[in-house]
Design a protein around this ligand. Structure first.
Ligand code: ZN
Length: 229
């Protein structure tokens, strides 16, 4: 969710102008695991169970956009198991761009319930019911990435540049990134990214392993020479 701040007021609840609203989950809200909104895909090769979860907070819709894209692109694991889950669907369904903080949860914060004593208690709430339904799946995950969004007010920003967390790009190549805080610029970067993505070729692990011998040799030489300049 890309948000920008409006003129400040004395209101306790911050106001956000929403640039990127809640996506339509369409058929993807059903799931294939017996838990609504949770999709699981297993490879025939053994490996870890990796789980990506979005909308633990119903108003943090950016993660839902990410999972939706992975589902629509039919991303499948080369080994192990991949699970993609939309967590708090009841709160997400109440998302209103005019009141984007109101749909964080229905009864209580789903992110504060992951304690066996709470989950095993007799207490009832919308989120406790959901957490108990999700729990058997979550208990089988080896790695879980939980996608959230910033809740504080601020202009949408875009990070551009060539620095890519590679030590060489920072120390040797003197590369840099620039964070630009401007909604119009951010929209432009997003459209630019989507434009490039539409023309990109996907490389998966299987096709990468089958790349030509000549290319492998060139990669090996480039890797060996990288410290020389
Ligand atoms: Zn959150």
């Amino acid at each position: 969710m890309l948000m920008s701040s409006a003129p400040s007021s004395a209101d306790a609840v911050p106001y956000f102008a929403v640039d990127l609203g809640a996506p339509d989950l369409g058929p993807w809200r059903a799931g294939n695991t017996g838990v609504s909104g949770f999709w699981s895909f297993a490879s025939t090769a053994p490996g870890p169970h990796v789980m990506l979860v979005a909308i633990i907070h119903g108003n943090e819709v950016a993660g839902a956009h990410v999972l939706l894209r992975l589902l629509q692109d039919r991303i499948r694991p080369v080994c192990g198991r991949l699970t993609l889950g939309f967590a708090n669907l009841d709160a997400f369904d109440r998302f209103d761009p005019a009141h984007p903080t109101a749909s964080r949860f229905v009864d209580e914060d789903l992110n504060r319930l992951w304690d066996p004593a709470v989950l095993d208690s007799t207490r009832q709430s919308t989120e406790l019911g959901r957490a108990r339904a999700m729990r058997p799946l979550i208990d089988t995950a080896d790695v879980l990435l939980d996608l959230h969004s910033f809740q504080s007010a601020g202009d949408a920003f875009a990070m551009i540049g060539s620095y890519n967390l590679d030590d060489r790009s920072w120390r040797k190549n003197m590369e840099a990134n620039l964070a630009v805080e401007d909604p119009a610029f951010t929209r432009y970067v997003r459209q630019w990214f989507e434009h490039d993505l539409a023309r990109a070729n996907r490389i998966d692990l299987t096709s990468w392993r089958q790349r030509a011998t000549l290319r492998r040799g060139a990669e090996w030489v480039a890797f060996a020479l990288r410290k020389l300049w």
